[in-house]
Design a protein around this ligand. Structure first.
Ligand code: ZN
Length: 220
């Protein structure tokens, strides 16, 4: 498949994946965004800035280079494009990035508190606690650098950027969307658990076993 076909397919894939953000209640208004790296190219497909979720389509998606410069599209790219681009430049294994302000995960980010690994599902999906990244302002590479620096020391595909919200990564855009859905789900469940006491952390050896099994054996 040549680059033009890859871009065409990814425009549709990325547009469709934005529907998962609304389906799972992860976004309001025009907040949130999904991007995908174009395999073998220094390009990514990302949501345009400020467009209603109902109006997103393959045609409205935007293509930029990995410095966030517009390559193809009629609309301006998402205001988070620089953060996505930084992640792709520094994490070659990442093929998809998602950002939301999903309410429970963002509540943990507001407190600057990692989500502790107190459920088998957290061990499965995140390989430990969901870490907190630094406070960073939009406008330069600060957010991207904070994401990369935090995820480099973790098995988690999700980082809670302090006082902001979750960013997730995956081998492709669908995996990054799955991580965004899962981080909101565990953020909510552990929040509930905290209302009635302090949940027990799973010991590190069990976390390793769970993570290993789920990542390498589980599924079809
Ligand atoms: Zn944001």
């Amino acid at each position: 498949m040549d680059a033009a076909d890859s871009v065409k397919n990814l425009r549709q894939t990325v547009a469709d994946l934005h529907r998962e953000l609304t389906r799972y209640g992860l976004v309001i208004w025009t907040a949130g965004n999904v991007s995908a790296r174009v395999p073998g190219e220094d390009l990514m497909v990302i949501k345009p800035s400020g467009v209603s979720y109902d109006d997103l389509s393959a045609d409205t998606m935007v293509v930029t280079d990995l410095h966030g410069n517009l390559v193809e599209g009629d609309l301006a790219p998402s205001s988070d494009t620089a953060a996505h681009a930084y992640v792709y430049r520094h994490m070659p294994e990442v093929g998809g990035v998602v950002h939301t302000h999903s309410p429970y995960a963002t509540a943990w980010a507001a407190r600057g508190e990692p989500i502790p690994c107190v459920l088998t599902m957290i061990a499965d999906e995140f390989g430990g606690e969901v870490p907190v990244g630094p406070f960073a302002l939009i406008g330069d590479d600060s957010i991207g650098r904070g994401i990369v620096d935090t995820l480099r020391d973790s098995r988690s595909p999700a980082v809670l950027m302090r006082s902001h919200g979750p960013f997730t990564v995956g081998r492709d855009a669908r995996a990054a969307v799955k991580a965004a859905v899962m981080v909101e789900d565990v953020a909510r469940t552990v929040h509930y658990a905290h209302q009635l006491g302090t949940p027990d952390a799973i010991d590190a050896a069990a976390v390793d076993r769970l993570y290993e099994r789920y990542q390498n054996v589980y599924g079809q």
